[in-house]
Design a protein around this ligand. Structure first.
Ligand code: NAG
Length: 291
């Protein structure tokens, strides 16, 4: 009888816990496993293990932080659109990375003057309209690169979550970047000498572009052969799976939905340890003299 009470108590506690949610980035409505969108954990991070729940910051040299994306610090960035800034120059980066949560009948604002933008759809769908009033639908895994001062509008009828990168475009000679729309699966797999992970890049490698976004896939058990140290900055979003990220001498268990800011010269290494593939999306500055 006593143990029955205990079991009932545990079940009630679990139900109370499961129903706890709010309207922001932390809501976790029940959803059928079969219809679950592929990046479910990214947009519903309350399903994280308890040690990663809530807003957490692990800092390393005060310049590198890793946190789970579940937090409520958001601000209005367009009509019916909230932004949750993850990485900003206040942390020492030269770019911003944020989630844009678009609700029904919402639309984006434009970035400030001379700022380039890349949007990647994590959940839902948006319609992108450019200066020629040509519209196209961006679904999960699609992205668009908007050159600096390129007029555009992102509109959403139902709901969508985008991860957005913006930085002040650094001109080089007479090179100019172009408006690009694409999707991850249409990008070719690239050579990764000495490494086993699968690499795709969302932007051309040509000199005009001052950053790129890498999509890196690791099968369970795979890891980076090289522990890297370099001047480039990174903003990382773990899209699928889980593993162990090393930053300097700290080792962090990470899973889908976690974001990492890696300042220049942070020793970095990753091992995929989950039962399923790990996929992450990584900002990297390229093609410019660091001076
Ligand atoms: C607008 O998008 C359409 C479709 O992708 C493209 O053909 C057109 O060149 C774009 N216009 C501009 C000004 O980039």
């Amino acid at each position: 009888m006593r143990s029955l009470h205990l079991i009932v108590f545990i079940i009630i506690s679990l139900l109370v816990k499961a129903s706890k949610s709010d309207d922001g980035f932390c809501s976790a409505p029940s959803i059928d496993e079969k219809t679950k969108p592929i990046y479910w954990k990214v947009t519903n991070p309350t399903l994280s293990p308890s040690h990663l729940q809530g807003f957490q910051i692990f800092s390393y040299y005060h310049t590198n932080v890793l946190f789970s994306s579940c937090h409520s610090v958001s601000c209005r960035i367009g009509t019916n659109t909230l932004g949750a800034y993850l990485i900003t120059p206040a942390m020492g980066s030269h770019f911003v990375m944020y989630f844009a949560k678009m609700k029904g009948m919402s639309s984006s604002g434009l970035p400030p003057k001379n700022i380039e933008r890349l949007v990647f759809v994590v959940e839902g769908a948006v319609t992108l309209t450019n200066t020629s009033c040509s519209s196209q639908k961006l679904t999960v895994d699609s992205y668009a690169y908007l050159p600096p001062n390129f007029y555009h509008s992102l509109d959403c009828v139902e709901s969508a979550t985008l991860v957005v990168f913006e930085r002040r475009y650094e001109h080089l000679g007479s090179h100019t970047t172009e408006f690009i729309v694409g999707s991850t699966d249409k990008q070719p797999l690239l050579e990764t000498p000495g490494e086993v992970f699968e690499l795709r890049k969302l932007l051309p490698a040509s000199l005009a572009y001052d950053f790129n976004i890498h999509i890196m896939d690791f099968q369970p058990g795979e890891f980076l052969n090289v522990k890297e140290v370099h001047f480039n900055q990174h903003g990382l979003l773990l899209l699928e799976g889980q593993g162990l990220y090393r930053l300097g001498d700290n080792w962090y268990p990470v899973e889908a939905g976690d974001v990492i800011w890696m300042a220049p010269f942070v020793p970095q290494w990753y091992a995929a340890l989950g039962k399923t593939r790990s996929r992450y999306l990584l900002y990297k500055d390229v093609n410019r003299n660091p001076l």
